[in-house]
Design a protein around this ligand. Structure first.
Ligand SMILES: CC(C)(COP(=O)(O)OP(=O)(O)OC[C@H]1O[C@@H](n2cnc3c(N)ncnc32)[C@H](O)[C@@H]1OP(=O)(O)O)[C@@H](O)C(=O)NCCC(=O)NCCS
Length: 442
């Protein structure tokens, strides 16, 4: 495996990176930095990487840990700490030093963010509550997230202010509690519906049998976490467990990587392979191939789409005959969306995505995009090089969300061109090069 230095982004990679720019614009990334990473010499470079993300209109929320600094203070003061990670009980002397450690770490971060010209603010947007007594043990000043003021955080992000969240969080009465930063970051990512939860750690990533897992589907992570013999380092296990929680709650990607590597954050996000571990949600678990028994439900969907002229009217018989072209999106046993992949008889390397329809109640939740992504995958597996979409009303969806480009009638095989002319629908021709399709984008 090449070293991170060798894998640093080269100017020639910029073209590839540019693909991700519209994909992440205005998306929220929650980045959790371990205290050990803040204390490392690379932290100044890491802040520059964050400034790059901001310049690409990615909204960043920064959470920091204090374990490393708290450990140092405890040694210095010869205090017998109950727990330094905010998982076990936090007694009064530890709490007092935790406040000191948090002030130290957040001030260091503020200094670095200021140097990079980034506007930021520490807030009380998170409210904590005491963990209380667990299996007979009072956890004293250890807290957990009770509520996230998403309105406050969103308004800061919209004003170009980077929220910095520390692991000393007030409860309803204004009492400070020590909250584990892995948990804090995961809760923030869920509440803010972030696109990414990124843990910057002093570890290379999730290592299983001596090998760093680069791409890990969430179900595989769940299986790994149940494996008692795995022997995961406790700090990594904590991040893995909180990543699994966030994915379960709808965050699509969680990353665990070494924050001490020069350029590491950008490599992880913009490089095809990345640097550490990316855990990804199973985007397609609600999508399946259509079966004969779905004909009626598909006919009903097509009928609704045809009413607004967004879809071509299809008879039940037409759907029945082409049922193997369809895929369906299912929620609680009912079909709420569909799409079809059409092959051309005169051109095998070109295919067409059509009949993309999502029930209005489910609009804007990413269903349409996932259906088109699934169709891209299917077309690529079938050996196609180019995917066509013909649309009358949804050009913006295909070009903006699904990365299609404006094409022309010349992109169509002759027979389809004739068919389109005869239909009089005046559809626009859009194309997507399947060479650019990446199965699990970062
Ligand atoms: C077009 C359609 C399939 C989109 O489905 P959806 O599940 O709402 O889409 P998603 O939630 O995946 O949207 C993904 C993105 O596309 C954008 N988008 C959705 N519809 C759009 C449209 N008509 N024009 C421009 N952008 C659109 C969303 O805002 C979202 O943007 P974001 O990622 O920045 O948040 C759905 O609106 C639909 O069924 N329309 C009627 C049928 C139709 O016109 N089908 C196309 C015929 S080929």
């Amino acid at each position: 495996m090449s070293s991170p230095r060798e894998r640093a982004i080269k100017p020639t990679d910029l073209r590839g990176i540019l693909r991700y720019v519209p994909m992440f614009r205005d998306h929220i990334f929650v980045i959790a930095v371990d205290g050990a990473v803040v204390g490392h010499e690379n932290f100044v470079n890491l802040v520059t990487d964050i400034a790059v993300l901001r310049s690409l209109s990615i909204k960043v929320v920064l959470v920091h840990g204090i374990g490393h600094q708290l450990g140092e203070l405890i040694r210095e003061h010869h205090v017998k700490a109950a727990d330094i990670q905010g998982e076990g009980p936090t007694d009064a002397p530890t709490m007092s030093l935790a406040r000191e450690a948090a002030a130290l770490v957040s001030q260091t971060i503020l200094e670095n963010l200021s140097q990079a010209g980034l506007r930021c603010a520490i807030t009380n947007a998170v409210r904590a509550t005491r963990v209380g007594v667990i299996r007979g043990k009072d956890h004293l000043f250890t807290g957990k997230v009770e509520k996230v003021d998403t309105a406050l955080l969103t308004s800061m992000l919209n004003q170009d202010i980077l929220p910095l969240v520390t692991p000393i969080v007030c409860d309803r009465e204004g009492q400070s509690l020590r909250v584990n930063s892995d948990h804090l970051a995961a809760e923030l990512a869920v509440a803010l519906r972030a696109s990414k939860l990124i843990y910057l750690t002093p570890y290379t990533g999730l290592t299983v049998n001596g090998e760093v897992k680069v791409n890990l589907p969430e179900d595989e992570l769940a299986t790994l976490l149940k494996d008692k013999k795995l022997g995961l380092e406790p700090r990594l296990r904590s991040k893995a467990m909180h990543a699994a929680f966030a994915l379960d709650e709808g965050v699509p990607r969680a990353h665990i990587l070494d924050g001490r590597v020069f350029g590491g954050l950008l490599i992880e996000i913009f490089d095809k392979v990345g640097l550490g571990t990316m855990v990804h949600a199973n985007d397609y678990d609600r999508i399946r191939l259509a079966k004969k028994k779905d004909t009626q439900a598909l006919y009903n969907l097509a009928k609704h789409g045809a009413r607004s002229d967004a879809l071509i009217a299809r008879s039940r018989q037409q759907i029945d005959q082409s049922i193997s072209d369809f895929i369906v999106y299912e929620i609680d046993d009912s079909i709420i969306g569909c799409a079809a992949l059409r092959k051309y008889t005169d051109q095998s390397h070109i295919m067409e995505v059509g009949a993309v329809y999502v029930q209005p109640f489910y609009h804007g939740r990413g269903v349409g995009k996932k259906l088109v992504e699934y169709i891209k995958r299917k077309a690529k597996q079938a050996g196609a090089k180019k995917l066509i979409a013909l649309t009358t009303q949804t050009q913006g969806f295909f070009t903006g969300a699904c990365d299609f480009e404006e094409g022309s009638l010349a992109d169509l095989p002759a027979q389809r061109r004739r068919e389109l002319k005869n239909s009089g629908r005046g559809s626009r021709v859009l194309t997507f090069s399947l060479k650019r399709f990446i199965e699990n984008p970062r």
